[in-house]
Design a protein around this ligand. Structure first.
Ligand SMILES: NC(=O)c1ccc[n+]([C@@H]2O[C@H](COP(=O)([O-])OP(=O)(O)OC[C@H]3O[C@@H](n4cnc5c(N)ncnc54)[C@H](O)[C@@H]3O)[C@@H](O)[C@H]2O)c1
Length: 312
C-alpha cells in the first residue's frame, strides 16, 4: 500500500493486532520492484497498492491470500491472481457502514432542507417565521429511491426502515420479493422519488447510468444523492441541472459555496471537476466520498425541470 495509506491505518493498535496473528514484515511495500517477496504467504494491501501481476507472483511463490483493507480490489488484483487461485478478501462490507450512515444523515437533513436553511440564516441573520415553513420541508411520507441494492444500498434501506418514508428500489439483479421494498424501473425511480440515492458500482455497463434523461425526469424539487463513483452520473448533465436550479433559488439559498477544502471526493475525483463544481450554485460536494447539491424549480425558461438537489 502507499506509505501515506500505511501511515494512516497502521497505528500501534493495528500493529499489535497483526502481531498476534502473523509475523508482519516491515517496512511497508509501496513498490514491488526489489521488495522481499519470496517468503510472503499473505499480502495485506491498501490504497495505492501497485498491481499484483505475473512478475510479482513469480517473485512471491508462497503467496496464497491477499487481504485488502479497503473496498475495491480492481486496481491491484490482476487476472493472474485469479488464475493462480490466490484468495482475495476486501473490506467493502466494513466500508459500507460509514457510507450508509452518511447517506442516511444526508437523506434526513436534505428533507429538512437543513443545509440551505442554515446558509439562509447565515446570509440574512434573521430567524425564519417558523409557522410559515413550507409544508414540503420535512421527512414524513417522502419517497426515497434507492438505485442498486449494493452492500451500501441494502444497509441504507435497513437504516431507513424506522422512518416514515416510502422506499423504492431499482436493481436489475434483484428478484421480486427478495428485499421488502417495491422494485420499480429506473425511470419510475427517478420520476417518483423525492430523493434518489445512488449506490451503483462503476462498471462498463453503469458508466453514465444516471443519464441526462433520468436527471430530467426528476421532480423539480427532488434531490440526487450520489455516494458512488462520480462517473456513474453524467457529470455534464448534473452540472447543468445544478446550474439551472441555482439560478432560480430564493435569496441566499443557492449562493455558491466552496465544498470543504482539502478533502477527498468520490463524486468528482478530478481536480478540474472539483474546481468546476465549486462554481456551481446548486451543487454541494462533500468530504470523504459524498456531497450535495439542490436544484429548485426553474422560474425562467432556463431549461427543463430537473432535480432540486444534486448531492454528490
Ligand atoms: N462514498 C464512499 O466513501 C464510498 C465508499 C465505498 C464505496 N463507495 C461506492 O459506493 C458504490 C457501491 O459500493 P458497494 O460496495 O455497496 O457496491 P456492490 O459491489 O455491493 O454493488 C453491487 C450491486 O450493484 C447492482 N448493479 C449492478 N449493475 C447494475 C445496474 N446496471 N443498475 C443498477 N444496479 C446495478 C448489483 O445488482 C448489486 O446489487 C460504488 O460505486 C463504490 O465505489 C463509496
Amino acid at each position: 500500500m502507499a506509505q501515506n495509506a500505511a501511515d494512516a491505518v497502521l497505528d500501534d493498535r493495528a500493529l499489535a493486532a497483526f502481531d498476534k496473528v502473523c509475523d508482519l514484515q516491515l517496512p511497508v511495500i509501496d513498490d514491488f520492484r526489489g521488495a522481499r517477496l519470496q517468503d510472503l504467504e499473505i499480502l495485506i494491501t491498501g490504497w495505492g497498492c501497485p498491481p499484483i501481476d505475473e512478475a510479482v507472483l513469480d517473485a512471491a511463490p508462497k503467496l496464497r491470500a491477499v487481504v485488502h483493507t479497503a473496498g475495491s480490489v480492481r486496481a491491484h488484483i490482476t487476472q493472474a491472481c485469479w488464475d493462480r487461485g490466490i484468495e482475495v478478501s476486501s473490506a467493502a462490507a466494513a466500508n459500507a457502514v460509514p457510507v450508509a450512515e452518511y447517506t442516511v444523515a444526508m437523506i434526513l437533513l436534505s428533507g429538512k432542507r437543513a443545509l440551505e436553511r442554515a446558509r439562509d440564516y447565515k446570509t440574512v441573520r434573521r430567524r425564519e417565521e417558523w409557522l410559515s415553513t413550507p409544508r414540503t420541508i420535512g421527512n414524513f411520507g417522502r419517497t426515497i429511491g434507492i438505485l442498486s441494492a449494493s452492500l451500501i444500498g441494502r444497509r441504507v434501506i435497513e437504516l431507513l426502515r424506522p422512518y416514515d418514508l416510502n422506499l423504492l428500489l431499482h436493481d436489475p439483479y434483484v428478484l421480486e420479493g427478495e428485499i421488502d421494498v417495491p422494485l420499480v424501473s429506473i425511470e419510475e425511480l427517478f420520476e417518483r422519488s423525492d430523493l434518489v440515492s445512488v449506490h451503483t458500482p462503476l462498471l462498463s455497463t453503469t458508466h453514465g447510468l444516471v443519464s441526462r434523461e433520468l436527471i430530467g425526469m426528476m421532480r423539480p424539487d427532488a434531490v440526487l444523492l450520489n455516494t458512488a463513483r462520480g462517473a456513474v452520473v453524467d457529470q455534464d448533465a448534473l452540472a447543468e441541472a445544478a446550474r439551472r436550479g441555482g439560478r432560480t433559488s430564493h435569496p441566499g439559498c443557492h449562493r455558491s459555496r466552496s465544498p470543504a477544502a482539502g478533502t477527498s471526493f468520490v463524486g468528482l475525483r478530478k481536480r478540474a471537476d472539483h474546481a468546476a463544481s465549486r462554481r456551481l450554485p446548486g451543487k454541494r460536494v462533500g468530504p470523504a466520498g459524498a456531497g450535495l447539491a439542490r436544484r429548485r424549480p426553474p422560474r425562467s425558461s432556463a431549461g427543463p425541470p430537473g432535480p432540486a438537489s444534486l448531492i454528490q
